[in-house]
Design a protein around this ligand. Structure first.
Ligand SMILES: Nc1ncnc2c1ncn2[C@@H]1O[C@H](COP(=O)(O)OP(=O)(O)OP(=O)(O)O)[C@@H](O)[C@H]1O
Length: 266
């Protein structure tokens, strides 16, 4: 019996517009273990978000299948929460109420009101945002909004947290703080995380494995690089760590040398 936690099995995805069919993903195969942190990297437009949306169940595969714990994924569900680059919080609700909305949806029938309140506060605490519980998204910084987005996603207690370039719009310092926060959360909750990034350092710092995608159309997984650097990881110590330097170089070579070669050959 196949014991994979998440299995992406020979997935192809095409989009049609009139008579024109574009194959975005071709024969994508990947298995991810429970508790693993996987970064997905690839050039713009190759199909990273499409792959994440397929796992989220927001889009359907054209052929192949995505299995989570042996069950096929073909619709969105609270077991897979997504954090997008643009926070997607409801602007008219407070930080607390934004998280509450998700908690009521998932735990409305199973947790009492005081339990739900504690759970909301616990998740805001996880991202250090309890102090802003009464603020609206427009009254807090971009980094804080992303923290709330992460709290809202985690509050659904998903099996898999899907992060679609969540820090892409943030300045470098805020980004570093949030990367640390994500590493702490991952260490504490031991949940499965899949994160799209364009940032090679971010991919290496956070991931157990880096999935590198070839250019589209018909993108596929070109290489998967294990990052065996022990945790907890400290960005300053890592900067000169030989394994870090090696992993970084391997990703850069894939993106800027090897992949260009593959593209030119096609
Ligand atoms: N709903 C859709 N209908 C038609 N084409 C789509 C749709 N969604 C994505 N595509 C196309 O699929 C390709 C891959 O898009 P996708 O957003 O997955 O790439 P990406 O790697 O995440 O890009 P980026 O890094 O720039 O965010 C693009 O050519 C895009 O135009």
């Amino acid at each position: 019996m196949d014991q994979s936690y998440l299995k992406i099995d020979r997935v192809c995805k095409s989009f049609s517009k009139g008579a024109k069919v574009t194959e975005v993903l071709s024969d994508v195969r990947l298995t991810i273990d429970k508790g693993e942190f996987v970064s997905i990297i690839g050039h713009s437009g190759c199909g990273k978000s499409t792959l994440l949306n397929l796992i989220a169940g927001l889009t359907e595969v054209t052929t192949g299948a995505i299995m989570l714990e042996g069950r096929e994924v073909n619709a969105p569900g609270p077991d897979r929460a997504v954090v997008f680059q643009n926070h997607s919080l409801l602007p008219w609700l407070s930080v607390y109420d934004n998280v509450k909305l998700a908690v009521t949806k998932v735990f409305g029938a199973t947790k009492t009101k005081p339990e739900r309140h504690d759970w909301i506060m616990q998740n805001l605490d996880l991202v250090q945002m309890t102090h802003a519980a009464d603020k609206r998204p427009g009254e807090i910084s971009g980094g804080m909004r992303q923290r709330v987005g992460i709290a809202r996603a985690l509050a659904m207690e998903p099996k898999i947290l899907l992060l679609d370039e969540p820090f892409g719009a943030l300045d470098a310092l805020t980004r570093a703080h949030l990367q640390d926060a994500v590493m702490e959360i991952h260490a504490r909750l031991k949940n499965t995380m899949i994160m799209i990034t364009h940032d090679v350092d971010e991919a290496v710092l956070l991931a157990d494995r880096i999935v590198m995608m070839t250019n589209g159309p018909a993108a596929r997984i070109g290489e998967v690089l294990p990052v065996a650097i022990p945790r907890p990881r400290d960005r300053i110590q890592l900067a000169s760590h030989p394994d870090y330097v090696r992993a970084r170089e391997a990703v850069l070579r894939f993106l800027y040398e090897r992949h260009r070669f593959v593209e030119a050959a096609e």
